[in-house]
Design a protein. Structure first.
Length: 123
């Protein structure tokens, strides 16, 4: 097997923003929600939402994991957030199957494993 070590410039030039159009047929035929994978910095900021200054998890935010993931990853084609921070509660009242479709894409595109999620929310 051939081994090729990537160089710094090639790695930093990599266009690595994964994005997927997730169908939302409940809003009409052909309707999609663009879901973006997180950058390393975005993921760090996302994970920090779930810990207080002592590193302990914050119960309220733990219960909003899915909603906060949708908020962080659903963006316009230009990369602008679709939802605002104040939309977390409203997202929690949406159909679970629709939200879960978005959550599954966000987890996959951001590289979240089941273990990562359990560690983030402190289970």
């Amino acid at each position: 097997m051939t081994r090729l070590v990537v160089d710094r410039a090639a790695f930093l030039a990599l266009d690595d923003r994964a994005r997927e159009d997730v169908p939302v047929p409940e809003l009409g035929a052909g309707t999609v929600m663009p879901v973006w994978g997180m950058t390393a910095r975005e993921r760090t900021a996302f994970e920090r939402q779930f810990a207080n200054k002592q590193g302990q998890t914050i119960e309220t935010r733990m219960s909003e994991f899915r909603e906060r993931l949708v908020l962080a990853c659903c963006k316009t084609d230009d990369g602008q957030p679709i939802f605002l921070a104040e939309d977390v509660a409203a997202l929690g009242r949406k159909r679970a199957d629709v939200v879960e479709r978005l959550v599954n894409a966000a987890q996959r595109l951001s590289g979240f494993t089941k273990e990562d999620i359990q560690e983030t929310v402190g289970n």
